[in-house]
Design a protein around this ligand. Structure first.
Ligand code: NOJ
Ligand code: CA
Length: 546
């Protein structure tokens, strides 16, 4: 199989860039597959497992692109989100030669490669920072954000870190504070300095020259801060039970992120991406819909600003429907939607909504209009791992308490019932999930109705169905507890009906007669219906008869 061109022509004759019809699969490389037996996943391991993801084999999952979380040289204070060299591979994960082989092997299977880009902060061991902190006269001093204490001796401003504590640390050598909205080991670059912008744009070109197809840009909305670094106001709606050191959680983030100036940088960044063919820029950011939608620019900023809203809703048909409708209404015509239901930072999907509803979530994610991103292991219904206190690794959990630890969603991928679940030959860096003997790839591959086989079927169906790839979205009237929508396309419409409850529900399909293409229960398909009942926790795709 060869890589399809960057602009594909769908069966309807509509030209669409690859990233609009693609399903993206997030790989957290430390936990995907260990290739060299040290207990930590690596790039060689990803190469070994590519056939699982896509390729000619009919039992491949059938995704179109992988996004690999950071694998660059790093002291691993934040497991790679503290980069000490943007142009290499950390020896834990391999080397540049392995990376090149990975890109090649992925492309041969038709898989695009998206990598993480961490522009807001470097590691404190990056040579830019060691130089910057060495003297107030350093040529790199202004590459980071240095400030004196205020006249009363207090910190330069009141900003906090999502990892707990203030966003400023005093550097005794030069007597000034540096800004770090994450760990003190993650000092923030000063993107108002054109030299920083130039150097970081060259990082993009370095990887584009190696053949990557896109970037997922870490906390991209934070790279420009208020020019005067003004204090953030308190947030009256903040939960009352936050840990004492969660200053960040108690503030309205008015001045530390989402500043207008970030859009100027993003427009220039887009020009860099556009120097190459068919590159996709994805941004990690939140914000209100009105603020968020600006990150598409006039089709000249990000291609896909991540949309985490479905993870933030209660798991309830009305809430999910409202969120989808609001998104659809907010998008300008040329902006393409995108949805995420799991990441390496949030509780596991199946732990949040239960294993029965995880099937509904899979059908939802793969049938809404837009580009879905699937987090590794969610196709198996992996739950939050149990990580004993003495094995806690995540700095967020270590600083804000185990309840805030992200370790449970980063436990190794369970491949089979063998030692260490086939992930590694030795005890892995985080414990294997307790249910790995029953919940793993090999076992689920052999069970026709497993979640893994549902994902495979949905992915296959999606790839062959223009209405799901590019059809319009329309909410379909449904009883409480059910979320239904139609994806309209000239080659044939599809009705998707999802039962968010554990009670049966009757759906009056009115004019929508047709045959059932796929049920999340995997036990009915092909039958013609004029109206139908959804069983508890069942979702159905109906091929509408015109
Ligand atoms: C967001 C990343 O997803 C998260 O894992 C990381 O800790 C922060 N950004 C800081 O880079
Ligand atoms: Ca390894």
């Amino acid at each position: 199989m060869t890589l399809h061109p960057s602009i594909g022509t769908s069966s309807a004759g509509v030209e669409q860039p690859w990233w609009q019809t693609a399903v993206i699969y997030q790989i957290y490389p430390r936990s995907f597959q260990d290739g060299n037996g040290d207990g930590i996943g690596d790039l060689e391991g990803i190469i070994e497992r590519l056939d699982y993801l896509a390729g000619d084999s009919s039992d491949s999952l059938g995704i179109d692109a992988i996004w690999i979380s950071p694998f660059f040289p790093s002291p691993m204070a934040d497991f790679g989100y503290d980069v000490s060299n943007y142009r290499d591979v950390d020896p834990t994960f391999g080397d540049l030669e392995t990376f090149d082989r990975l890109v090649d092997a992925a492309h041969r299977r038709g898989i695009r490669v998206i990598i993480d880009y961490v522009p807001n902060h470097t590691s404190d061991l990056h040579r830019w920072f060691t130089d910057s902190r060495s003297s107030r006269n350093s040529e790199k001093r202004d590459w980071y954000i240095w400030r004196d204490a205020q006249s009363d001796g207090s910190l330069p401003n009141n900003w906090g870190s999502p990892f707990g504590g203030p966003a400023w640390t005093l550097d005794p050598t030069t007597g000034q504070y540096f800004l770090h909205q994450f760990l003190p080991e993650q000092p923030e670059l000063n993107w108002r300095n054109p030299k920083v912008e130039r150097a970081m744009f060259d990082v993009l070109r370095f990887w584009l020259d190696r053949g990557v197809d896109g970037f997922r840009m870490d906390v991209i909305g934070m790279i420009i801060k208020d020019a005067e670094l003004r204090d953030n106001p308190p947030n009256p709606e903040a939960p009352v039970d936050l840990p004492v050191n969660d200053i960040f959680g108690r503030q309205r983030r008015l001045h530390n992120e989402d500043q207008d100036g970030v859009h100027d940088v993003l427009r220039r960044m887009r020009l860099v991406l556009d120097e190459y063919d068919g590159i996709c820029g994805i941004g990690e950011l939140g914000y209100s819909l009105e603020r968020w939608v600006r990150y598409y620019g006039d089709d000249d900023e990000l291609h896909l600003p991540f949309n985490f809203r479905l993870m933030e809703q209660p798991w309830d048909a009305a809430a999910i429907r409202t969120s989808v409708e609001a998104l659809e209404a907010a998008l300008p015509a040329e902006a393409w939607p995108t949805y995420v239901l799991g990441t390496h930072d949030q509780s596991r999907l199946a732990s949040r909504i239960g294993t029965a509803q995880a099937r509904i979530a899979g059908m939802l994610l793969l049938t809404l209009r837009g580009t879905p991103t699937l987090y590794q292991g969610d196709e198996l219904g992996m739950e939050n791992g149990v990580v004993p206190t003495d094995r806690l690794r995540d700095p967020q959990g270590l600083r804000l308490g185990p309840a805030r630890s992200r370790d449970p969603v980063r436990t190794p991928m369970p491949w089979d019932t063998g030692p260490f679940a086939g992930f590694s030959a030795v005890e892995p860096w985080l414990p294997i999930t307790e249910d790995y003997e029953t919940r793993n790839v090999a076992v689920q591959a052999g069970e026709p109705v497993s979640l893994l086989n549902l994902y495979r079927a949905l992915l296959r169906y999606r790839r062959d169905t223009p209405a799901l790839l590019s059809g319009s979205y329309e909410t379909f009237p449904a009883p409480g507890g059910c979320f239904a929508y139609v994806r309209r396309h000239e080659s044939g419409d599809r009705l998707v009906a999802l039962n968010f409850t554990s009670e049966p529900l009757h759906l009056d399909t009115q004019t929508m007669r047709g045959s059932i293409a796929l049920s999340t229960h995997r036990d009915r398909g092909g039958s013609f219906v004029e109206s139908f009942s959804l069983r508890p926790d069942e979702g159905v795709i109906l091929e509408v008869e015109s």
